[in-house]
Design a protein around this ligand. Sequence first.
Ligand code: DGL
Length: 189
Amino acid sequence: MTSQAIGFLDSGVGGLTVVKEAFKQLPNESFIFIGDQARVPYGPRPMSEVRRFVSQTAAFLVAKDIELLVIACNTATVAALPMLQERLSIPVVGVIEAGSQKAVAVSKSGHIGVIATEGTIKSHAYQQTLTRLRPGVTARGLACPQFVTLVERGAAGLPSTTAKVKRQLRPFKMQSMDTLILGCTHFPI
Ligand code: DGL
């Protein structure tokens, strides 16, 4: 353990799903989390705008003297990971590489589904990463922006939300896939 904290950022509460897992693995570390709820959602915004927001929240965390920055947001990872890795003197990690590594490790058929924000799906970042890690894999993406709004509104787990999630995921029911990536940190909630 060091006296410096690990910083986590997200557009809203979703990043707490990442903090929770990190805390399980590193119970003696300190964590600082910022969720940009004033400007959530990031998913529908132009990448240049997301990059600007992430630069600001990252600067806030760096000013707290963090030792490592985790971009606990898939959309922000797509928009800003290379930029922050280049600009900051501390290590910066995103979430797409780790999620993809896990998916290619557990998928037997190599047919993988990805649900995420519009920004993440449009970027094809998961498809590119999955194919790099395991050539020949098929990755089908589906944007589910409504899930972010439901989580931020505190509606996760309500019967009406379950019905909406089922309806939204219907296109995937007919697909042959054995692994689904929750490619947005709000979705585990
Ligand atoms: N939680 C974020 C992600 O992982 C984005 C949600 C949003 O702001 O649209 O992509």
